[in-house]
Design a protein around this ligand. Sequence first.
Ligand SMILES: *Cc1c(COP(=O)(O)O)cnc(C)c1O
Length: 379
Amino acid sequence: MNLNLGNQDKEWTRWAIGVLQGDANRSADTHLIPLDFNGLPGISIYLKDESTHPTGSLKHRLARSLFLYGICNGWIKKGTLLVEASSGSTAVSEAYFAKLLNLPFTAVMQRSTSCQKIDAINRLGGTCHFVDNPGAIYTVAEQLARETGGHYLDQFTNAERATDWRGNNNIAESIFSQMAMEKDPEPAWVVMSAGTGGTSATIGRYIKYKHLNTRLCVVDVEHSAFYESYDTGDKASTCSTPSRIEGIGRPRVEPSFIPDVIDHMIKIPDAASLAAMHVLSERLSRRVGGSTGTNFFGVCCIAEQMRSQKQTGSIVSVICDSGDRYASTYYDADWLKEANIDIKPYEKYLNLFLDGKSSDVSLISLCKNICGSSVVAHC
Ligand SMILES: *Cc1c(COP(=O)(O)O)cnc(C)c1O
C-alpha cells in the first residue's frame, strides 16, 4: 500500500485554497449606499453595491463559494475542466477564479447573452458554448462535464448550499452589520430578485437565524417560473419563454430557490424593471444593470405600501451589477423599441412618486393598468 498516494492532490488543494483566500484577503467589502427621496419621509433606502467586486457582480461571492465547495469536496483537482450553465455573470466570475487556479473553464450559455459578458469570459481564458433553448443549458453542461471527466459547478443547485449562510461575511451578515449605526438598523424589508435564488436564501435564513423582524420580499420578472411556484406551491412550474432581464427569472424553479424563507413575492413587468433601472441610474449618476431595476421597482412598491400605512423604517436592496454591460441593450433606445418595451409611463410615475408629486396612481395598479393582470399573472 502506497501511503503517499494522493499527496500531490493534497498539495494542490492546499495551494488552491490559499490562492482563493488570498483573493478574499485582497478584496474590500462592498458599500451600502443610502438613498433619500422627498416622496418618502421617514423611509430610508439602502443599496448594497455588489457591482464593485473584481468581476463586477454579486456572482463574485458565489463563484468563490462554489470553487471552495468543489475543492473541499474533492471534486476539483489540478487540471479539472470546469463547466457551468450560466446566463453570463456567474461565468465571468468563475472564469476569473479558474484563471487564478490555472483550470480550464467552459460556460454553457443561451445565445442571447450580452457581448460584454462573452468578451469578459474569453479575455479570462474561458470558452463559451452556446445553446438556443435556455432550458437546455443544464443538460448540455452536465453532459459536457461527464463526457470530459470535468466538474459541473452547477450554480443553480449548489448556490444555496455552497454559501455559508450563518456568517463568514456572506452578503446578509455584511448588510446587517453595515446597518448597525443607522437610524433604523433593523430593516423593515429586504428586497431581492432571484436567479439561482441563492442570495435570497442566504438573506432569508440569516434573518431567521438572528431572530430579526426584517421581512424578505423576492421580486420576479415576466418570463420566469418562480412567482407562479411561490403562489401555487408547485415546484414543477416552468416557463418556456426566456427571461429578458439578465441574471434573473428562470425557466424552471431552481433547486437553490428556498420559498419557505420568503415573506412576500411581487412579479414585476419588464418595462417597469427597465424604467426603474433608468430612473435609479440618473439619480445615482451611474448606470446599474437590469436586475437592479427590478430590485428598485420592488423597493418602490414596498415603500409605497409602507407610506400608505403610515409606517416608517428602512428598506435594503442590492445593486447586482453595473449598467456598463448593457450599453447596447437596456440603455439603447432602439433595442428597447425593437423589444417592444415602453418604459416611459413607468419612468414618469416613478419620478413623480420618488419626488412626492403624485399620490393618485399606485405603482402596483399602474402595472396592472398597463400590463393587464401581468403584475401578478403567471409566467
Ligand atoms: C445572479 C444574479 C442575480 C440574482 O442572484 P441569485 O443569488 O442568483 O438569485 C441578480 N442580478 C444579476 C445581475 C445576477 O447575475
